[in-house]
Ligand binder design. Structure first.
Ligand code: ADP
Ligand code: MG
Length: 591
């Protein structure tokens, strides 16, 4: 049975399998590798995942969710229609869709997976990811850091020379910077830093805010659907800017049309706050690196890495323009597929080894003296230690005749324990004696799968052992059953209907945007599609899909064309002409 590699992204998710000596991406029902990480609850109680759900962000914002990966590990509920979901439940729907698509594509029973997570994900976030996979019906063989996966694939596919590489993964919602050392068959990750609330979404938000400010609009008072439409246009314009010099963004509100011409210079300016945060993460990765030495190469991965202005910024920062990896938004998935191949011990991968580092520090809370009421951290494993890591510390009693030593285990970088994430606690008995005379030795072992093992042995011989896994993974059977039942009741929209749903949602979105004859024509197309789908056989369906897609593509071009043309005109004379032309047309329609 194959093990599947999964890149569960903030924006897009992908599945990959190692077959016949190569990493092969698995297409979804629409034939695409990238499945948008979007979930929408339909009126009939089923759940739609992927491109069709992303379309519904605009038409049904109140029952659709996206970018929920940034909330993983928290208890933040998202309301879809009448129901409310935790971030891991929403992720479970995406993972279930990937499982279904994988089984259909490979035509074999599949359940084991290696899943990638941002390097900077803490224990809660990693556990929520595992839980999501379990809820979706996957068995998780391993979690792997996204940049490790990218580095692994880059190394394997390009046969890149030995050396130090910095991988900058700039996606929709997360930034990961890692430094890897490639030496012969070993890929060693020597430092990682990241920000799991920083990505292309933040750039989109900055543009949206600027748009509103320039047009005297308040984002809060915009209708949800207008807000979504604006966000969509902003993203399209941002992506277009990598090829074009400028792109226009427009928003129709009743009679008024609001607009903004986005130029590279403006985008660069709007990105400054985001880029400053990127700079801080890069500098932290460089500082954390154990050994001093030059970076031989910087490799850019992730969707946002394709932004020209991002390349410009890095060129300024590094004095040399870094290369964007081939397939920047698929490389993580390909790497996870490769890792799954290693996990399944594919013969052709046997000589590839990978080591990893701990993404955060681990330690126990400790008091300086009996008057000390605010415990601070005694770190046993520091951030960027190579895995597996084992470290010990000795702690003594503070009071006379103290009976036990209690250890609270934390993860994080804060000085005070309360600033960090508590993972668990452990207590050992000690024999009576004056303060400071009794002690316990605490051992932390952080293994390659990111699981912490803690033992404490007291001077009296008492030994306590504890495997720290997040409590949420320690659900009792009853709790797990309930958690499963909660989302199992909800079915994914029927197989084979994805394409139909997607085309329908696409048509409905265009319908909302269109006016006049265009709208009438779209109504006709929708009617035609619905009527024929009703009694079409499989091969006829395929033809209908193709025809519908072709039509919609043309409508999309026509509908988007006007604002774009309008926006690129430089001198205002042309602008006036166009406005007049537009007014005329409006009158025509009303007649
Ligand atoms: P994630 O890993 O977070 O799921 P991706 O790596 O797929 O995300 O990146 C998604 C982000 O990349 C989105 O913010 C999207 O707007 C942006 N993006 C995708 N393609 C391009 C492009 N050609 N130029 C600029 N940004 C892009
Ligand atoms: Mg990604």
């Amino acid at each position: 049975m194959s093990i599947i590699g999964i890149d569960l992204g903030t924006t897009n998710s992908l599945a990959c399998v190692w077959r016949e000596g190569r990493a092969e991406l698995i297409p979804n029902e629409l034939g695409e590798y990238k499945t948008p990480s979007a979930v929408s609850l339909l009126e009939d109680g089923t759940v739609l995942v992927g491109a069709a759900a992303k379309e519904r962000l605009i038409s049904h914002p109140e029952s659709t969710a996206a970018s929920f990966k940034v909330w993983m590990g928290s208890a933040k509920p998202t309301t879809l229609g009448e129901r409310s979901f935790l971030p891991e439940e929403l992720s479970a729907f995406v993972l279930r869709q990937l499982l279904q698509d994988t089984r259909r594509y490979l035509n074999e029973p599949v359940e084991e997976a290696v899943i990638s997570v941002p390097a900077y994900f803490n224990d809660d976030q990693r556990c929520a990811t595992k839980l999501a996979a379990q809820l979706a019906g996957w068995t998780v063989k391993r979690l792997i850091n996204e940049p490790s996966a990218a580095a692994l694939y880059h190394r394997q596919s390009t046969g890149a020379a030995d050396g130090q590489r910095m991988i900058v993964d700039f996606g929709g919602g997360t930034l990961d910077v890692s430094i890897v050392e490639c030496f012969e068959n070993i890929i060693e990750i020597t430092a990682i830093a990241g920000d799991n609330r920083l990505g292309g979404d933040d750039i989109d938000r900055a543009i949206v805010e600027h748009f509103c400010q320039e047009n005297g609009l308040s984002l809060e008072t915009l209708e949800p659907s207008a807000r979504s439409a604006l966000c969509r246009q902003v993203e399209t314009a941002k992506i277009a800017l990598s090829a074009a010099g400028a792109a226009a963004i427009t928003l129709q509100q009743g009679e008024t049309q609001y607009s903004l011409l986005l130029t590279r210079a403006l985008l660069r300016q709007l990105c400054q706050p985001v880029f400053q945060r990127v700079r801080a993460v890069i500098s932290r990765a460089l500082k954390d690196r154990g050994q001093i030495g030059r970076i031989d190469d910087v490799i850019l991965v992730g969707g946002s890495a394709q932004l020209t202005v991002f390349g410009d910024f890095l060129e300024e920062l590094f004095g040399r323009r870094p290369a964007v990896a081939a397939k920047p938004d698929e490389i993580v998935a390909l790497g996870v597929g490769l890792c799954a191949g290693i996990k399944a011990r594919a013969e052709d991968l046997q000589d590839l080894v990978m080591t990893d580092v701990c993404p955060f520090s681990l330690g126990v809370a400790t008091y300086n003296n009996t008057h000390d009421s605010t415990p601070h951290m005694a770190f046993l494993i520091s951030r960027s230690s190579m895995l597996p890591a084992t470290h010990q510390g000795r702690f003594v009693t503070l009071h006379d005749n103290q009976q036990a030593l209690r250890f609270e285990i934390y993860q994080g970088e804060g000085y005070f324990a309360s600033e960090n994430l508590k993972l668990g606690e452990l207590e050992v008995q000690v024999p009576p004696g004056p303060a400071g005379s009794q002690s316990a030795q605490v051992t932390f072992t952080y293994d390659i799968d990111g699981i912490l093992h803690v033992t404490a042995r007291s001077s009296g011989g008492d030994l306590r052992d504890r495997l720290i896994v997040n409590s949420r993974l320690h659900l009792t059977q009853e709790e797990m059953k309930r958690a499963l039942e909660r989302i199992e009741q909800i079915q994914l929209a029927a197989q084979g209907t994805q394409q139909e749903q997607f085309l329908m949602e696409w048509a409905l979105r265009l319908y909302k945007l269109a006016v006049g004859p265009q709208r009438t024509a779209l109504a006709g197309l929708i009617e035609w599609f619905r009527a024929h789908m009703g009694h079409a056989g499989p091969s006829q369906r395929r033809k209908l899909y193709a025809k519908m897609e072709e039509e919609l593509r043309q409508f999309e071009v026509d509908i988007q064309a006007d604002p774009l043309e309008w926006g690129i005109w430089k001198d205002s004379d042309d602008l006036d002409d166009w406005d007049e032309a537009d007014d005329d047309e409006d009158t025509d329609w009303e007649d």
